[in-house]
Design a protein around this ligand. Structure first.
Ligand code: 4AD
Ligand code: MG
Length: 482
């Protein structure tokens, strides 16, 4: 017979009621030598196994404890207890995996509450906890919904290279890739590293974004998106930055900035709705946890809405669209700025916005997601379309409450001459990007796209606060343990 997950059994319990079935899982708790809470990771809900210990070997029973892995055969019956519809009356129990109790007791598998920091140090075991089970099931649902949204809208999924010669963002925050023996690096006559002798015959790095390659694909396939790992060697040890994160980058031929903003808004709302519709049990759990968290905060810092309420509100309201110029006016005139409450005070038009400014706009001023557009050209990447004012580019950032920037994108500069001028101004090497420039030579069209940081969206929908807790194995400065 096909193996069934606990989720399937609980969902379709009527099919198995009064039948003998086989279940597998890990023991979450063993109460009174009689009730086992069994979990197999498929759902946050445990399946209760009732053990009449008179019918079992005492030694076997004594070996069952939190973290044991079991195979259980038994009859499905309606449950007498509260909080569960069915339970299993055990007829046969097989211990699958030994439980090294002494070692276990030094891990997060010991049955007590652990801090997120402690759980992070044992990232390989935290999948076993209710919290991380919920987070990673929701992360899965978010990823699935992303593919589903694009598939429904006739986008093609394109895989762009992880190893590339390009610095797509022109920000120089790259991890180099080499097969040189680091103790014996070849050098040329000037003493510079001789990359012609490296594996690819040139300097390469891990990608910071698949956008440039994605644009070339959109120039043939029309609507594409990437979904892959991206790498940034920015040394920012914050709760919102990872050195390795997953980015989703749609790119659409014939779209302008407004189309791009519409797409971003529809996309985010679709994914959040999907999670609301499909992750009820996990969201209920995360919602309760979120409420608990708020209680431990000073009154002023408490969220005004519950987690689920927050998600529902984001879906129903239209995102506020505000130009960079308007936003700077608001910031300049804010009490916070005038009273010197910002770490980086806003002095004039042209200033780059820090996350404190973004969060002020979203959380205090507008109190809803905000899309900022038309940024000064100096603070944005070379590939963005120059507006008629010659001062701003057709950029957009989507800002979310509690998160700040969740999406960054733009209409692209489709005019070859303007693009070349901007590259020269921003010291981006034309020769390195000859293939990118080709897209502007043979039937160049207006096009636009954006990048969503997957982990930032997962932070938002789970109500977690540290980005290290929404990716299975976080990569941050001085941390690549696993
Ligand atoms: O704003 P960014 O740098 O934009 C790009 O990379 C463009 N090429 C996207 C495009 O137009 N196709 O990054 C996009 C998003 C950010 O809004 C943020 O959500 C996320 O990627 N992000 C990070 N997430 C986690 N850790 C980091 N270090 C991140 N850097 C950016
Ligand atoms: Mg950005």
């Amino acid at each position: 017979m096909k193996k069934q997950t606990i989720r399937e059994i609980l969902q379709d319990y009527k099919k198995v009621l009064h039948h003998d079935i086989t279940v597998y899982g890990w023991v979450r708790a063993f109460r009174s030598n009689r009730f086992i809470a069994l979990n197999d990771g498929s759902t946050i809900n445990n399946l209760q196994i009732v053990v009449d210990f008179e019918n079992f070997d005492a030694e076997l029973i004594s070996k069952i404890s939190t973290a044991s892995s079991l195979k259980v055969v038994g009859e499905v019956v309606e449950s007498q207890g509260a909080g569960q519809t069915v339970e299993i009356i055990a007829k046969k129990i097989i211990i699958l995996g030994d439980n090294f109790t002494e070692e276990r007791d030094k891990t997060i598998l010991q049955p007590k509450k652990h801090s997120l920091e402690v759980l992070r140090d044992q990232a390989h075991l935290r999948f076993r906890t209710n919290l991380f089970g919920a987070v990673f099931r929701v992360r899965h649902a978010v990823s699935f919904a992303i593919h589903s949204f694009f598939n429904k809208n006739q986008f093609f999924y394109i895989n762009t290279p992880v190893i590339t010669g390009a610095d797509a963002e022109g920000a120089g925050e790259m991890f180099g890739v080499t097969n040189f023996d680091l103790n014996n690096i070849p050098r040329d006559e000037q003493g510079d590293i001789d990359f012609t002798q490296d594996f690819f015959g040139k300097k390469t790095n891990l990608t910071v974004s698949g956008q440039l390659e994605g644009e070339t694909a959109a120039m043939g396939l029309g609507r594409i998106y990437t979904f892959g790992p991206t790498f940034r060697a920015e040394n920012s040890n914050t709760t919102r930055h990872l050195a390795e994160f997953w980015m989703i980058e749609p790119e659409v031929a014939f779209n302008n900035l407004e189309d791009n903003i519409d797409l971003a808004e529809d996309f985010l709302k679709y994914v959040i709705q999907y999670v609301l519709d499909n992750c009820k049990d996990d969201l209920d759990f995360l919602d309760k946890r979120f409420a608990e968290e708020q209680k431990s905060k000073p009154e002023k810092e408490r969220a005004k809405e519950g987690l689920i309420e927050k998600l529902e509100n984001v879906i129903t309201k239209r995102f506020k669209r505000v130009s960079y110029t308007e936003a700077i006016e608001i910031l300049l005139n804010s009490k916070e700025n005038k009273k010197g409450k910002f770490v980086y005070p806003i002095e004039e038009w042209g200033a780059d916005l820090q996350s404190e400014h973004e969060r002020f706009l979203v959380e205090k001023h507008f109190e809803c997601p905000v899309v900022l557009f038309d940024y000064p050209k100096e603070i944005k990447a070379f590939y963005m379309k120059l507006n008629d004012d010659n001062k701003t580019v057709a950029a957009m950032d989507v800002l979310f409450p509690g998160i700040g920037e969740i999406i960054g994108g733009s209409e692209r500069e489709a005019r070859l001459d303007v693009l070349k001028t901007k590259m020269a101004e921003m010291h981006v090497d034309e020769h390195e990007l000859w293939w990118y420039l080709d897209t502007r030579k043979f039937g160049s069209v207006p096009h636009a796209g954006f990048g969503l940081g997957l982990e930032r969206l997962v932070l938002f929908v789970t109500g977690m606060t540290n980005i290290r807790d929404v990716i299975p194995f976080p990569r941050t400065p001085k941390n690549a343990e696993f």
